[in-house]
Design a binder for this molecule. Structure first.
Ligand code: SAM
Length: 216
C-alpha cells in the first residue's frame, strides 16, 4: 500500500461511512477495513472492479466490502454515507463526479486527491460550500501529491488561497521551488505572447506575496 493511500486513510474517522469512488484495486477499502471502517468501493469500469474483487478474495474480504459499478454518484444511494474519497483522477473527472449537488446532502466530508488543476478544484469545492480543513503535499515514489480534506460548510477564500492552498509553513520548500518553476516558464514565453505572460506574471506576484507570510 502506498504512502499516499495511507495518508488518505488517516484522514478518515472511526465512525465515517465511506464511498471510495474510482476504487480501482480496492486498496483503500481494504486498508479501512483493517481499521474497522465501513467502505463501499465503486468504479466506472468493470475491469477495475474485477481487479478489486480479485484483491478482496486474496484478503478474504469479498463478503465484507461491497463493490458497485457506477459513474460517480449516478444511480448510487448515498444516503447511508457521510464521506467520499475521490483519488487518483484529474480535475475534470472529479468535477463531473461532484456536479450533482443534490447527491451531497449527507456528505459532510470529502477527501480529494486530484492529479492536476488544484486551483480549479479549490474554487469548485468552495462553490459547493465545502471548507478546506487540511491540505497535505507529499512525495510518494517521486511524485508529488496534493491531498485535501474538506468538511461541509461555507468559507471565503482569498485568491492566493484558491491558487496555492491555505498558508502552511511545512510546504515552504515546495512553494519556493514552484516560484522558481514559474519564473523559468515566464523566461521561455516570447514577448509577443502577452496574455500568457500576464497570467504567469500575476501568479508570480501572488505567490511572492503569499510567501511573505512564511517570513512573518
Ligand atoms: C488511477 S485510478 C485511482 C485508483 C484509486 N482511487 C487510487 O487513488 O489509487 C482511477 C480510477 O477511477 C475510475 N474512474 C474514472 N472515472 C470515474 C467515474 N466517473 N466514476 C467512477 N470511477 C471512475 C477509473 O476507472 C480508475 O479505476
Amino acid at each position: 500500500m502506498t504512502k499516499r493511500l495511507e495518508l488518505i486513510a488517516s484522514l478518515i474517522d472511526e465512525f465515517d461511512k465511506v464511498i471510495d469512488i474510482g476504487t480501482d484495486h480496492a486498496y483503500l477499502p481494504i486498508m479501512l477495513h483493517q481499521k474497522n471502517i465501513k467502505c463501499l468501493g465503486t468504479d466506472i469500469h468493470q475491469n477495475a472492479l474485477d481487479s478489486a474483487y480479485h484483491n478482496l478474495l486474496e484478503y478474504h474480504l469479498e463478503k465484507d466490502i461491497p463493490l458497485v459499478l457506477a459513474d460517480g454518484l449516478k444511480n448510487l444511494d448515498v444516503s447511508n454515507y457521510n464521506t467520499l474519497v475521490i483519488a487518483g483522477m484529474g480535475y475534470n473527472t472529479i468535477k463531473h463526479i461532484l456536479e450533482d449537488k443534490t447527491k451531497l446532502k449527507t456528505i459532510n466530508k470529502i477527501i480529494v486527491q486530484s492529479n492536476n488543476d488544484y486551483d480549479k478544484l479549490r474554487f469548485f469545492l468552495n462553490e459547493l460550500d465545502y471548507t478546506l480543513k487540511e491540505e497535505y503535499i507529499i512525495k510518494d515514489k517521486n511524485h508529488l501529491y496534493h491531498i485535501m480534506k474538506y468538511l461541509k460548510g461555507k468559507e471565503v477564500l482569498t485568491k492566493e488561497e484558491i491558487l496555492f492552498g491555505k498558508f502552511n509553513k511545512d510546504y515552504l520548500n515546495y512553494y519556493e521551488e514552484y516560484l522558481l518553476k514559474l519564473k523559468k516558464i515566464l523566461k521561455n514565453i516570447p514577448n509577443n505572447h502577452q496574455e500568457e505572460r500576464k497570467k504567469i506574471e500575476e501568479e508570480i506576484s501572488l505567490l511572492t506575496k503569499y510567501l511573505t507570510n512564511f517570513s512573518n
